[in-house]
Design a protein around this ligand. Structure first.
Ligand code: AMP
Ligand code: GLY
Length: 442
């Protein structure tokens, strides 16, 4: 089977590795030369991934039989629509369905209008006057979001990034006047709890959920500092998390199911991986956001553990006939840590050479996924985004963490890592905090 994969980050390296394990011949359209992907692919096309016409032309020329799009930005400009119109079944959503990610206001309105569980109180604002009246309705304990795509970095939270009403108004003004993420704003009630990710394979009607994962968006240890694309993530062998019960997990599955149902009713059936970012609150899981794709780094956790045939899963999503039972995963824990350029989160240092000792990493028993690096003349250079993801897999999270940590020593250069991700002290503190929030000592 000839499969097109679009994108050149670590998420796509994990996608391409999964497809290759299922025996596909892989053709890749990406903008940078990701050395891990380039090695697996049968053919690579270096192109602006947003250039729908060029990517579709390439896919037709190579007679690909199936496509998977990694990042969200090409979905927003209709890459899945273009591929499907050219007769190429695509395991990623069309533009209308991708609005679940690309328009935060579409997502919130969909949930409200269909009365879905997991909804939060929110107000849409286009002017500062509307922001002020929104604050009268919701109070100051809010989160301010530009409604469009900002690469996960446009959100500010009261009590963390904004301390006073004046701060909220100042940031709102900045969004409106600088047209950040489209210049419109969603004010949401601030949720308190632990965040987790639940991803599901969807075929327009049915969903097959994956193990839950917890990402760490903050740049620095102790969940401090600016929001990033994600610094690392972990999953537990039973598919739950130390603070997440089976009941919580099932509620999140049901919210994703309802959302896919609502999209179908709206005439925008959702095909592809749907990513739910949830806050586990004292009242159960609430939706923070949806993404129209795999998470990055979460893709590295789940795809490393996937036992089911990934090509069959992608075909099932694209064709609308996802068979039950394909979502089988090794019953192991995983810990993924991102190595990022110095300054990542504020002023990342691009163009720095890093040394990656691939043999050293595999000798530690870890899996390496290259991210947004560029390979030139056999050397690997940083960009402004994350550099490499390293995944440890074992029965226990702490053992998987140790494997990942040992492997990270084989990456050198002007880079940093969040060493606390997956460590016992951090996880135990999360369990205590969640029990406090639930008001129990489970
Ligand atoms: P997003 O880009 O929507 O994923 O938001 C980035 C981060 O902001 C999330 O991972 C949360 O940590 C935080 N956040 C977003 N929405 C809320 C909310 N309603 N309540 C509390 N925190 C939030
Ligand atoms: N892990 C966050 C994201 O993929 O958006």
């Amino acid at each position: 089977m000839k499969v097109l994969a679009v994108g050149g980050g670590a998420r796509e390296h994990a996608i391409v590795s999964g497809l290759a394990r299922s025996g596909a011949d892989i053709f890749v359209a990406m903008k940078n030369r990701n050395p891990g992907i380039a090695r697996i692919a049968k053919d690579t096309f270096y192109v602006d991934e947003m250039d729908v016409a060029k990517v579709v032309e390439y896919a037709k020329e190579k007679s690909v039989e199936l496509a998977v799009v990694g990042p969200e930005a090409p979905l927003e400009v209709g890459l899945a629509d273009g591929l499907e119109s050219a007769g190429i079944p695509t395991a990623s959503p069309c533009k209308d369905a991708a609005r679940i990610e690309t328009s935060k206001i579409f997502m919130r309105n969909l949930m409200r209008e269909h009365g879905l569980k997991g909804s939060v109180r929110f107000v849409e604002a286009h002017t500062i006057d509307e922001v002020e009246s929104g604050l009268d309705e919701l109070g100051n304990e809010v989160v301010v979001k530009p409604t469009g795509l900002t690469g996960g970095k446009g959100v500010k939270v009261f009590g963390e990034h904004m301390m006073t009403k004046e701060d909220i108004l100042r940031y709102s003004e900045e969004i409106i006047s600088n047209r950040i993420g489209g210049s419109k704003i969603v004010l949401e009630e601030k949720l308190v709890g632990e965040e987790f990710t639940l991803q599901a394979f969807c075929d327009g009607t049915r969903i097959l959920p994956m193990p839950a994962v917890q990402d760490h968006k903050r740049a620095y240890e102790g969940d401090k500092g600016p929001n990033t694309g994600g610094m690392g993530s972990y999953s537990q062998s039973d598919g739950l998390l130390p603070f997440l019960t089976r009941g919580d997990y099932d509620q999140a599955v049901s919210i994703i199911e309802q959302t896919v149902g609502a999209l179908k009713k709206e005439g925008a059936p959702y095909k592809g991986t749907l990513y739910g970012q949830f806050m586990l609150t004292k009242d159960g899981p609430k939706v923070i956001e949806f993404n129209a794709r795999f998470g990055d780094p979460e893709a590295m956790n789940v795809l490393t553990l996937l036992r089911g045939d990934f090509v069959k899963i992608c075909q099932g999503m694209a064709d609308g006939n996802l068979a039950n039972g394909l979502n089988q995963f090794h019953r192991k824990a995983s810990v993924c840590k991102y190595v990022v350029p110095a300054g990542y989160g504020s002023k990342p240092l691009a163009g720095e050479e890093i040394k990656v000792d691939e043999k050293g990493i595999s000798d530690e028993g870890a899996v390496l996924y290259y991210s947004s690096v560029n390979e030139k003349d056999g050397k690997v250079y940083t960009t402004t985004s994350r550099s490499v993801g390293i995944v440890g897999v074992s029965d226990e999270i702490y053992e998987a963490e140790r494997i990942a940590e040992n492997a990270i020593k084989h990456v050198s250069g002007n880079v940093f890592v969040r060493h606390d991700i997956g460590k016992r002290t951090m996880l135990e503190a999360k369990v205590v905090r969640m029990n406090d929030i639930r008001g129990c000592s489970k």
